[in-house]
Design a protein. Structure first.
Length: 372
């Protein structure tokens, strides 16, 4: 298969100090109304344990995010509205995607706190890399719940870094199958690099993220969208990453890279049709580790995101931790083969051509503006 030439099974230059942010509440309930998907957190944690990863990493338990953290992004009136609906305990925050249930406010603040803690651990040097599987709530807007996302943990994490001494130059890379519309909207006027690779046809949720959308004001050119068609597949997706993400991140030279690692682009997922395999996700992780090593002393934070087939999510997130720790290259390397896809969808020439045009358009619109 072609992907065997893409995935590079090479050890990292030095071992990473890896932190997992975990709270038992993560496994109790998710934010969607799709009950079968809630088990993805417990399935992932059990897989981490089964592969011995919990013995090789730091595990940190977050406390609920403070009002101070939440209001760096969301108005107090919005936060209070979420708390009032929590007390009512029924209905929906939005039209019919994100249900209200008793305890949802605390669960949402734990997700936010997890990502804020992850970036603090990495920024302070306590960890080189960190992963908060409950984060990645990229559809949350300033005053609007959307797509299973209540508060935007990614932007709260950016704000925490901005208000504390230390790192200022942060790149946010969104690999979810859906456009990171809330994150882009909240940061669009700021010179903070955000890149979203997502399925797009103008109608697919959330309906935003065209190539021509790349920030406003002082943020112009810093917010990059790579709109990809159904059936993109591994090869075209990885070419988009290599030809757009890598040069932009190198040019921006971040001090920390924050990655929304939603895995709903996997071909076994029923909500997205990008048709990616585990091998593509491994290649993305290795590419991001290489960039972090090259540019920012390895400082890299991953969050979760989309992914609605629990078994597939657990496989891919376990591969992620295997790469972050370097265990995937060690004595137990062969065990990780059980997590990898043994087949890949056939390439779709029409989708490949459409993806190629999207990459060329973004290169023309954005990379040229950066002198790349």
């Amino acid at each position: 298969m072609w992907f065997s030439r893409v995935y590079r099974n090479v050890p990292r230059r030095q071992p990473n100090r890896v932190a997992l942010v975990w709270h038992e509440a993560y496994a109790q309930r998710g934010f969607s109304s799709m009950r079968p998907t809630w088990s993805r957190y417990s399935a992932s944690y059990e897989a981490f344990a089964a592969f011995g990863l919990l013995d090789r990493i730091q595990v940190h338990r977050p406390e609920p995010a403070s009002i101070t953290d939440l209001t760096t992004v969301h108005p107090l009136e919005f936060v209070d509205w979420v708390r009032r609906l929590d007390a009512e305990g029924t209905g929906f925050f939005d039209r019919a995607d994100t249900p209200v249930w008793p305890g949802v406010y605390r669960r949402a603040t734990l997700a936010v706190a997890g990502t804020a803690l992850a970036v603090s651990l990495v920024a302070s040097g306590q960890a080189t890399c960190a992963f908060n599987p409950a984060g990645g709530l990229h559809h949350a807007h300033r005053e609007r719940v959307s797509g299973f996302c209540i508060f935007n943990d990614l932007v709260v994490a950016v704000r925490r870094l901005q208000r504390e001494p230390g790192l200022r130059r942060i790149a946010v890379i969104d690999l979810d199958g859906h456009h990171g519309d809330g994150t882009e909207a909240l940061l669009a006027a700021e010179p903070i690099l955000t890149i979203s690779l997502h399925q797009y046809d103008g109608r697919f949720f959330p309906g935003t993220g065209a190539a021509g959308d790349h920030g406003v004001g002082t943020g112009q050119g810093y917010h990059v969208n790579l709109p990809l068609p159904r059936n993109t597949g591994d090869r075209a997706y990885l070419e988009a990453f290599d030809e757009v993400v890598v040069p932009l991140v190198r040019s921006y030279h971040p001090e920390l890279i924050l990655v929304q690692f939603g895995v709903d682009g996997h071909f076994g997922d029923h909500l997205v049709a990008l048709r990616l395999t585990t091998h593509a996700y491994e290649r993305l992780v290795e590419g991001l580790l290489d960039l972090a090593d090259e540019l920012c002393a390895g400082r890299l934070v991953f969050t979760g995101g989309g992914g609605y087939q629990p078994h597939n999510v657990a496989r891919i997130w376990t591969l992620l931790l295997g790469h972050l720790t370097g265990e995937i290259h060690g004595a137990a390397a062969s065990a990780y083969d059980t997590l990898r896809d043994r087949e890949a969808p056939r390439e779709d020439p029409a989708a490949t051509a459409t993806a190629r045009r999207a990459v060329d358009q973004v290169r023309h619109l954005v990379l040229s503006a950066h002198g790349l």
